[in-house]
Write a protein that binds this ligand. Sequence first.
Ligand SMILES: Nc1nc2c(ncn2[C@@H]2O[C@H](COP(=O)(O)OP(=O)(O)OP(=O)(O)O)[C@@H](O)[C@H]2O)c(=O)[nH]1
Ligand SMILES: [Mg+2]
Length: 308
Amino acid sequence: MTDPVHRSGFACFVGRPNAGKSTLTNALVGQKIAIASSKPQTTRHAVRGIITRDDGQLVLIDTPGLHRPRTLLGQRLNDLVFETWSEVDVVGVCLPCDQRVGPGDKFIIGEIAKLDHRPTLVALATKTDLVSKQRQLSHLVDVGAVAEELGIEWAEVIPCSAVADDQVDTVRDALVDLLPEGPAYYPDGEITDEPEEALIAELIREAALEGVRDELPHSIAVTIDEILPRPDRPEDKPLTDIFASIVVERESQKGIIIGHKGSRLREIGSQAREQINRLLGTRVHLNLHVKVLKEWQRDAKHLNRLGF
Ligand SMILES: Nc1nc2c(ncn2[C@@H]2O[C@H](COP(=O)(O)OP(=O)(O)OP(=O)(O)O)[C@@H](O)[C@H]2O)c(=O)[nH]1
Ligand SMILES: [Mg+2]
């Protein structure tokens, strides 16, 4: 009997903001490694999720939504997408069923088509739960047509929903099957190479995004200032103190985040704390502080300091 094939490699998800890339990434990995929200441009870095099975290992990279940039941050996020898709074996283009295949999608596919080493392309028709079967079918026809129009070929077109767990397994199988043969890159059991600190900062940002609108979601960044195990705790009841800053761009935004007598900040804290407890498996005490970094999205020095 010959040895069974073992595949390994990299895939990334790309698409317009809000297409469902991060939600699908989490569903595929089986754990929350990327935050998701209804605000566009939630994801701000390339988050790696690792799926290890007997027949292969898939390193799945979630990327920021590609958009028309209005700030230096936006430009840098787009650059990151361009860099990521030129380095992977497979690109999953997320095209949500509840939206028409539009100019933004065509721009993305057209840019991938220009790459010297064109990756294998998969179309993921996300959010099937939001549409009728009929609408889903007409969307799939449009997804097929856009390939023809732009001179690319979909290796697979898969309708799916991360929220309704529709065909998530099919997406996972398809991505692994499209990888080249090779050994695993990461040890079994590793889910992501995101540092814990980055995951914590993102969970706080996700909580802060809840209920804010207009420009404010874009203006929020989170930094972790210190993580300290509380001394003198009983061994079976450890407690971790986390000191973090929610960064905004203007004084008026600071007021919104803090809320009346600090009510919103407390809400953010309790929502984030629950998620962080789950992530770390220990109780945490969250100390949140709000600070203003004037126009940080447009300031190279601030951006560098915030890790962009
Ligand atoms: N009904 C439904 N909603 C979904 C599904 N997938 C994602 N969403 C919602 O769509 C919104 C955007 O999801 P994200 O996963 O953050 O989208 P994204 O493509 O990562 O967005 P950016 O990071 O901003 O580019 C969130 O409110 C999700 O809950 C789905 O399969 N069904
Ligand atoms: Mg995202």
